[in-house]
Design a protein. Sequence first.
Length: 118
Amino acid sequence: MKRIEYIALGQNQKITNSHMPRNISSLLKPKEVRTLLQEFGIKWDPSKVGKKGWVVIKSPFREDKKPSFSVNINHGSFCDFGTNIKGDIQKLTSIALNRPEIDALDYIDRKFNIKFYR
């Protein structure tokens, strides 16, 4: 695998892809994931949430005539069936903030003091 170096937003510390957590979603509590989703304007009807935490809503990032955006409110995985974009909470944060994914990781890290790479 190619070694990639990043400089996290607002930090002088270099990190590499080998230092990044493999599953960011597993490090966040469901309450923290829901806090991020709500912060990004992602709203859902609690009665429509499936047993495993998935809910289908209108896309928060584009015009959507009928619901085509699926998100898991427990771990933040998502799939926008209208654009075929999918990913985890880091990618969702990146899209919502319109920043690179490494900055999204830094944002989540600072917001919840997770210490992903410190």
